[in-house]
Every structure is written in C-alpha cells, then in structure tokens.
Design a protein around this ligand. Structure first.
Ligand code: UDP
Ligand code: MN
Length: 593
C-alpha cells in the first residue's frame, strides 16, 4: 500500500513534468512559427543551428532590406572609381571613418555588384581555360565585426566573378561578432539574396581569433582547393582560374593573387598603370611582414610577364591552397590566438617543408587596407607578438637571436608566455623540414642578416664618451635623421647598426646616407633611407683608427659636442675625438685600435 501510494506520487510527478515540458515546447514552437510565417519561406537547415533570427520579427528585416537597397546610388563607385558623399553625410561618414578605419556610410551607398576595372596584364586575357577541367574551390571568408555592406560586397563579388562549375561554396565564418548588423540582418540577407546551398554561414560560439576561425572554415570545406579571403575584398574578372590552374599543376604551391588596394575612404580600386608591377613578401627581424620588390633571381629566370613569381613570405589574408596539402603540411598552429604571425609561420613552414609560395599575376583581388584595427583583442593581449614568438621558436633555429633582440621579453619563461609548442616542433620533425639557414640562403638570399657577412655590428659608441648611434625611436617606414643617445648597457634594437661588407651603415632595411642638400655647410645631417634607394652614396669606410668616412663626400661621421637625443652629422675629417667610433663587435679581419 505504501509502495502503491509512492508509485502514484512518482507517476503523478512525472506526468506533471511532462505536461509542463509540453507546454513550454508548444509555447516555443508557436513563437518560432510566428516569426517564420513571412513569405512561406522556411529556415534553411544550416541556419537552424543558429538562433539569431528565431526570436525577432522578420518583418523588421524585410523593411530593413528594402531601405538598405533603396539607399544605394546607381553608378556610384562604378568601375572602381573613387566615390564621395556630400554635405552633412560627408561629415557623418568622416566620423565613422575615423572610428572604424573604413568609410562604412559610403560603402552602404555603393552597389554590391559594382563593376571593377580589368587591371590585369593584357596578356592574361589571351589565356583560355576549360573551367570544367579545373579543381573546385571553397572560398572561406572569416570576419569579426566587419561592416555588413562590406562583407556582402565581398561575397557578391566572389559569386559574380567565379564560374559556377568551380565555385563549390562560399563559407562564412563569424568569429562571434557582436555588432548588431551581423546578426539577423546578415542571415536575412543571405536567405533572401543568395543561394544558401552555396553560401554557408558558421557562427563560432565565442571569439576564437582569425587563425582558429580559418581552421573552422577549412574543416567545413569540401572543395579541392581552399581559398581564403578577408571580409573586405573585391575580386575581379577571372580571379579564381589562375590560382586553380597553378595548384592543379603543382599541388604543393600555395598561390596568391596580386593584392590591389581599395581605398578605405573613397573605395577606389587603385591600380598601377603598369599592370606588370607588383611586389612580393618579405619580413623584418622584429617579426613583421613587409612588401619587397620581386627578387632578382625571379626576374632572370622568368618565362613571361605573367608567369608565377615566387615570394619569400605571404601577407596572410588572401591565398589558395590545395585542401589535402593544407592538412598534410600542418594547416595552422591552432594555439595561435587573435591576429598576426600566422602568415610568417605558414610562409616559413611551406618553404622549409618543400612547398612553394607564389604570386600568379593574372589573378587580382582588391583588399581594403585599414589604417588601424577597428577591433580590440580580449584582455588587450599582444597576440601578434606571442604568435610570432611561437613561430620563431619552431622555425627560425639560431636566427631567433635576432628576433629576441627586438623582443627580449620572449627570452625566458617561454612556455608560460607563449604556451606549449611541442606539437609544432613534432610536426617539423615529422615532415623532415629544412632549417632556417637553408631558407635564407635559398629562398631569401637578399635578406640582410645584421650580424652575418658584415665588417662590424652592434652598438656604435663614440670614443671616450657614453654616446651611441640611435634611431631615437623614429618611424623606420620613412626617411629620418640619424641621432645619438646614451649607450644602453645591453644591446637594444634602437642602437643596433651594422657595417655591411658592401660598406652600408645600416639597420634591417634602412641605410645611412649624407643629406646632400646641406653638404655645402660644414655639418650635414645623416639621413636613414630605404637601402634600395640611390647608389653608391650609401658607402662608408671604417678606417683602422675608427673613423667612419662617407665614401662619396669624403666627410667623417662626427659627434663632437652632441648631447643625447640630438642628430648626428658629418664634417670634414679631422683628429677630434668625436670622429672616432667603436662598434660593439667586429668580424675577425678588422679591429680598430
Ligand atoms: N578577424 C577575425 N577574428 C579576429 C580578428 C580578425 O575573424 O579576432 C578577421 C577580420 O575580420 C578579417 C581577417 O580576420 O576578415 C583579417 O583581419 P584584418 O583584415 O583586420 O587583418 P589585416 O588585413 O589588417 O592584416
Ligand atoms: Mn584585411
């Protein structure tokens, strides 16, 4: 009896729970169906996992879409021409530009399928391709808080300019954006205006950074080739075919388009009047990507103006890679967070492990280069620095000394600061990859190594005074006057100078010349300029007694009477103390007295 009563209570409780649960479910279903009653269109299955649209009124999105499309000004920015807004709108647009590094209001007014100029070398137009014979491509576009119209234009231009036969799919990966526009409006637009079988959206539940966002996209992809794009790009006619053609021929080629610049202010699609002009990728010892001229060996051995050109590194955002090769060669370092460094990691890895990095000049894609990142990183973490330190420890062997000179915080307590790198070291072993010295000698022989093949390097100290040459933290991207500062007890990057075997008094990429404009006066300043500029005016001669003589003017580097934080100069050579300089290190042959 007692048992029977217990049974009854248990049964009644279970029934009650069922009833409540059923009521809750019914309520929820009613809400959903309420919201999805518009146009009899049901939610494509891929979106059903996301819940952005579920609880909102879709009518609202309908009128938004109408308004959005009505505000587009026909012809604005057509053929990639610069566009402008006027009056009050211009002022408003300017404010947004300053905040977000992109003229969003202007972008909103330009057609998503505006035309772009065919900026390719005319030779590219003669190539005929049977698209059906090409491998298929999955285009992966990742984004975090990018302006909606800019993202939509990226997708539209890919859809408009890629043959259906080879464009397997466009995979969008949202790195957990919190901007309102990228929630329901984005999904609504995709549903209404695109073929949702081909344009897929993956939402990451939390911000994972661009590296893991790309990995997520790659895992979902089914095309034979993965093509990665930033979310603020526009592709031009036949952009995809040359990438696929090259990969079809050489499976381990990682191929890049020429990246053209789209103005963040006027959305002009810039192009050089010389279609054959472009640059390839280099790097600095501080771990940054740089653009460099096409290497001599590439120009010499090139069959035609439109043949692929090898590049020591990649800029990162835009490239194509065979899908199985991507996984075989180690995809990305999954422990890299946020943004940055992954491009150099992939560059060194591809070259050192037997693949190649190439630019195919017939493929061109425009990218909006923003002046600053409009987004923040969680906890303001320096992900670029940490990611770079990770790659340095895995790929750069003894050359890590040069990076560590710039970033000495990564000299010790490594694991604590950059995390575990065992997997990546193992990967390098497993793939039997070559060393960094091999990379420098064979892939990037023109890369200047501050302490190799030099006469002297290190701090450059004035004799009997604690004054050293110093870049005074001046911006190295443009010419600046060389200065002096109190010598630091340790070697800091600002005081690292080399006297190369060719006689250049230089740093990573910049060389000392005499400012010829004031050479007639007795004290001419010393200018630091890009080493690729001018000819022999860059030569300096280190005498046995420690004078640094500027070869073409015969003047001596002179620091007489200088106080720290002032500019150094050259003067007629004389026997004054201020004209004697000591380098911190000398190669064996030269040791001044
Ligand atoms: N991005 C991301 N998560 C982040 C940071 C960036 O998904 O935490 C995306 C970003 O929206 C863009 C791409 O990664 O599509 C590359 O970033 P960005 O364009 O800012 O880099 P840049 O071109 O300046 O190197
Ligand atoms: Mn970008």
């Amino acid at each position: 009896m007692i048992i029977g009563r217990r049974k009854f209570i248990v049964k009644a409780t279970i029934c009650g729970i069922y009833v409540i649960a059923l009521l809750l479910i019914a309520k929820r279903v009613m809400r959903i169906s309420d919201n999805f009653s518009w146009n009899n269109q049901s939610l494509p299955s891929q979106y059903s996992k996301t819940n952005t649209l579920r609880y909102t009124n879709l009518e609202r999105y309908s009128s938004w879409l109408e308004e959005y499309e009505a505000q587009i000004i026909p012809g604005l920015g057509e053929n990639g021409r610069p566009a402008n807004l006027y009056g009050k709108e211009k002022l408003e647009a300017q404010k947004v530009l300053e905040e977000k590094a992109l003229n969003i209001l202007l972008s909103d007014r330009i057609s998503l399928s505006r035309s772009l100029p065919d900026v390719r070398d005319p030779l590219c137009r003669n190539i005929t391709v049977g698209v059906t014979s090409l491998p298929t491509a999955s285009v992966i576009i990742i984004f975090y808080n990018e302006p909606l119209s800019v993202v939509l234009r990226t997708i539209t231009s890919v859809l408009n300019n890629s043959p259906k036969e080879i464009l397997q799919e466009v995979i969008l990966v949202d790195d957990a954006s919190d901007e309102d526009d990228l929630q329901g409006k984005l999904e609504f637009y995709l549903m209404k205006r695109f073929d949702t079988e081909r344009v897929k959206l993956i939402r990451l539940p939390e911000r994972r950074g661009l590296i893991r966002a790309r990995l997520k996209g790659a895992k979902a992809a089914s095309g034979e080739v993965l093509v990665f794009l930033d979310a603020h790009c526009e592709v031009i006619v036949q952009w995809l075919e040359p990438l696929l053609m090259r990969i079809q021929k050489k499976t381990d080629a990682v191929v890049m388009p020429i990246i053209d610049n789209i103005s963040e202010e006027t959305l002009e699609y810039y192009h050089d009047n010389r279609p054959e002009f472009f640059q390839v990728g280099g790097f600095t010892w501080s771990g940054d990507f740089t653009w460099i001229d096409i290497q001599e060996k590439e120009i010499v051995g090139r069959k035609s103006k439109i043949a692929p050109v090898r590049s020591p590194t990649m800029a990162g955002g835009l490239f194509a890679i065979n899908r199985s090769y991507f996984w075989k060669i180690g995809s990305y370092d999954e422990k890299m967070d946020g943004w940055g460094g992954e491009n150099l990691e992939m560059s060194f890895r591809i070259w050192q492990c037997g693949g190649s990095l190439e630019v195919t000049p017939c493929s061109r894609v425009g990218h909006i280069f923003r002046n600053f990142h409009p987004y923040k990183f969680p906890n303001d973490k320096d992900t670029h620095g940490i990611n770079t330190a990770r790659l340095v420890y895995v790929w750069m062997d003894e050359y890590k000394r040069l990076f560590l000179l710039h970033r000495d915080e990564f000299k010790d307590d490594i694991e604590e600061k950059i995390g575990d790198i065992t997997d990546r070291v193992e990967l390098r072993k497993k793939l039997g990859c070559k060393g960094f010295r091999w990379y420098l000698e064979n892939i990037y022989p023109e890369k200047f190594v501050p302490d190799e093949n030099v006469i002297a390097y290190g701090k450059v100290k004035m004799k009997e005074r604690n004054i050293c040459l110093d870049n005074l933290q001046r911006d190295e991207d443009k010419p600046y006057d060389l200065g002096v500062y109190g010598c630091h007890s340790r070697l800091y990057p600002s005081q690292l100078f080399s006297l190369s075997n060719a006689g250049e008094l230089r740093r990573d990429e910049i060389c000392a010349v005499v400012n010829l404009e004031d050479v007639m006066s007795r004290r001419a300043k010393v200018k630091m300029i890009d080493c690729r500029e001018r000819g022999d005016e860059k030569e300096w001669i280190l005498t046995d007694s420690g004078n640094l003589v500027h070869a073409s003017t015969g003047l001596c580097l002179d620091g007489t009477g200088l106080t720290p934080k002032t500019d150094v100069y050259v003067a007629p050579c004389s026997n004054v103390l201020g004209q004697f300089w000591q380098f911190e290190f000398y190669s064996d042959s030269v040791t001044p007295r």
